[in-house]
Design a protein around this ligand. Structure first.
Ligand code: PEP
Ligand code: MN
Length: 454
């Protein structure tokens, strides 16, 4: 492989920038970047290092990773109910996974900054007319008369991210996440009686365990981690100028020499999308210079050797848990691709986290034209991921979902509510990819808990 040049904050500008956004008002764009540069960071490097410590345990198969949230976070989702609902479902899912895997869970939301979307086409045809595609609230609006990239939105993204993160922190600091509160979880949406009874039994056992801990007094005093939790945020690192404004050289708290290193202080965890992971591209160049733990989406087009080359670039020091490979093939393709990817990584010294995103390879257009995903295919890809890892002496260390904490959303078909194609229109909300609704998110974690126990 060719020698890599020296990394610098803007060395990515010498590479091809895939999915680049061009702003008409360059002066305004520059002035907004300057403003972002001086605004306070959203997270502290100590938190990033804390997450890295936990991810090292994930890589060693001592913990399980749960990452989830909206495909495209919207500015309008930055409100009390939505943030509470999203946090609540992620916490419930993680409790179920803790019960299932008998291991603690690292929780990372696709939240507080998941505003930029890569698109398969820069344009969209609506009623025979061509419009620029919607590229996420950080770039343009979903309404067709608001599709021109607007630099003001970069600043709005920062403020919406900080308001979201601020409320998440308040909730967590004031007991919202108290795992002792064994509240009633309504499973009445499950139409199949046998499944409902199975799942109610899991919840009952979970509740009994929590009550037991309460009665014997374990937790409250002796184990503070049961009272409050760690919650981290993440987003796709797509707009590199935006990300660069948050990227600061600060003291690495784990380094006894107090060396200053580059951290992206705009989020805890960033990932490279499947469309922007070119070995010689700008995104990989930016990512290789930051200390944050990073994700890489891995789809069918990734060649095994390319995966090795990519890991060599972003993880030259073979750091345990630095990289999370988020695989997303589709339930009908995973058997064809995952084994070779596992073997490729096994042939190296990279000690990565394997995470299954069973959403992005399973997107289809429904007969009524709306994008959807079938719950059975999502579950199918997950099941196969567990099996394939096991058969190759590897471990599936985590899961990655697109989901909403809102009840009764109808974007994915199937699940225990038995949503059909005909139901999709009832409560289809997403501007981007279809998400599991609250009920389906519970369903899937109960099913994973069973897989973890198997
Ligand atoms: C996403 O996570 O929303 C996404 C665009 O994924 P991918 O890069 O895997 O297609
Ligand atoms: Mn998506």
């Amino acid at each position: 492989m060719e020698e890599l040049n020296q990394w610098s904050l803007y060395s990515w500008k010498n590479k091809e920038i895939v999915q680049n956004v061009v702003y008409k008002d360059k002066k305004k764009y520059e002035s907004i970047l300057e403003k972002l540069d001086v605004l306070p960071p959203l997270v502290h490097q100590d938190e990033i290092e804390k997450l890295k410590e936990q991810l090292r345990e994930v890589a060693e198969n001592k913990r399980f990773l749960l990452q989830g949230g909206d495909c495209a976070e919207l500015f309008e989702y930055c409100n009390k109910d939505n943030i509470e609902n999203q946090l609540k479902i992620l916490l419930k899912q993680s409790l179920i996974l803790i019960w299932g895997g008998r291991t603690s869970v690292v929780r990372i939301g696709r939240m507080a900054g998941q505003y930029a979307k890569p698109r398969s086409s820069p344009v969209e045809i609506i009623d025979g007319k061509e419009y620029p595609s919607y590229r996420g609230d950080i770039v343009n609006g979903y309404e067709i008369d608001d599709r021109e990239p607007n630099p003001d939105r970069l600043l709005q993204s920062y403020f919406h991210s900080s308001a979201t993160l601020n409320y998440i922190r308040s909730l967590i600091n004031t007991g919202f996440a108290d795992l002792h509160k064994a509240e009633h979880w309504n499973l009445s949406h499950i139409r199949n009686q046998t499944l409902r009874e199975e799942h109610e039994a899991i919840i009952d056992q979970l509740r009994t365990s929590l009550e037991f801990l309460n009665i014997v007094g374990i937790g409250k005093n002796s184990n503070p981690s049961l009272e409050t939790i760690d919650f981290f945020v993440s987003h796709e690192g797509l707009l590199l100028d935006y990300e660069s404004q948050f990227t600061k050289k600060v003291v690495d708290p784990t380094d006894s020499n107090k060396t200053e290193k580059w951290y992206n202080l705009g989020t805890h965890f960033l990932w490279i999308g499947d469309r922007t992971r070119q070995l010689n591209g700008a995104h990989v160049e930016y990512f290789r210079g930051i200390q944050n733990p990073i994700g890489i989406k891995v789809g069918p087009s990734m060649k095994p050797q390319e995966l090795i080359d990519l890991l060599d670039i972003v993880d030259p020091n073979f750091e345990l848990g630095k990289v999370t490979l988020i695989t997303r093939y589709g339930f009908d393709k995973i058997e064809q691709y995952l084994p070779d990817h596992i073997k490729a990584v096994q042939s190296t010294k990279h000690r990565i986290i394997w995470c299954c995103d069973p959403m992005h390879g399973n997107t289809v257009k429904s007969s009524i034209g709306l994008k959807t995903r079938n719950f059975d295919n999502i579950l199918g890809e997950l099941k196969k991921a567990f099996e394939i890892h096991k058969s190759l002496n590897s471990n599936l260390n985590g899961v990655h979902f697109e989901m909403t904490g809102e009840k009764g959303v109808t974007e994915c078909i199937g699940g225990s509510m038995q949503i059909t194609e005909k139901d999709l229109k009832k409560n289809y909300q997403t501007n981007c990819d279809p998400r599991l609704n609250y009920e389906q998110s519970l369903d899937i974690s109960l099913l994973i808990a069973q897989l973890l126990r198997a």
